[in-house]
Design a protein around this ligand. Structure first.
Ligand SMILES: NC(=O)c1ccc[n+]([C@@H]2O[C@H](COP(=O)([O-])OP(=O)(O)OC[C@H]3O[C@@H](n4cnc5c(N)ncnc54)[C@H](OP(=O)(O)O)[C@@H]3O)[C@@H](O)[C@H]2O)c1
Length: 170
């Protein structure tokens, strides 16, 4: 499986449950990469989606420990082992972890690629992604050209995990 995330200079990813910096091209990039794929999302990040609803055009898997939770248009799983069973047999390149913080941290070791939109700014953040430049098994494979939106520079980066763990029961 892979992950997709937008980070700032400090690897900040959110403040107060939402993303502070939104780059329209990043939204389009996210849509294009994940379209028709399976997305794995934490229950808290789902709340921040439009209408608090699963993303259309994708198979949404929501992680929550609430065994009674039912969400229209999504499969709810209550553990990593439940998640791994749910994605068994899927093309790993078509499964994306899309956040948030707690979900990223638990699933990072299982991801092969990280699609990182680097936004060269330093807004206030209370939620951070691990700095992949400091993790031994993650290598930067590609840095896209630097672009600008409303005076903010950004680029699309690709990292690869040289030793991903196989998804298996917890
Ligand atoms: N910049 C980006 O690209 C990006 C992308 C996505 C999100 N974000 C940011 O990330 C922040 C949200 O992150 P977050 O850590 O608060 O929430 P989160 O990771 O979206 O969701 C956490 C919830 O997921 C469930 N969960 C997590 N691990 C689980 C497990 N092993 N088994 C079962 N359920 C599990 C729990 O739900 P229950 O409480 O229901 O048990 C937990 O409270 C926001 O600021 C958001 O804007 C940023």
């Amino acid at each position: 499986m892979n992950l997709i995330v937008a980070v700032d200079n400090n690897w900040g990813i959110g403040l107060g449950g939402t993303q502070t910096l939104v780059i329209p091209e990043d939204r389009r990039y996210f849509q294009a990469l994940t379209d028709g794929c399976t997305v794995i999302v934490g229950r808290r990040t789902l709340l921040d989606f439009p209408g608090g609803k699963p993303l259309p055009g994708r198979r949404n898997i929501v992680l929550s420990r609430d065994a009674a939770l039912k969400i229209d248009g999504a499969v709810v799983v209550n553990s990593l082992s439940g998640l791994f069973k749910e994605i068994a047999g899927e093309d790993p390149d078509k499964v994306f972890v899309i956040g948030g913080d707690r979900v990223f941290r638990q699933l990072l070791p299982y991801c092969t690629r990280a699609y990182v939109t680097k936004i060269y700014a330093a807004p206030e953040s209370d939620t951070f992604f691990p700095n992949l430049d400091k993790l031994d098994n993650w290598v930067l494979e590609e840095t896209g050209e630097t672009k600008t939106h409303d005076g903010v520079n950004y680029a699309f980066l690709k990292y690869r995990n040289t030793a991903p763990l196989p998804p298996s029961a917890e």
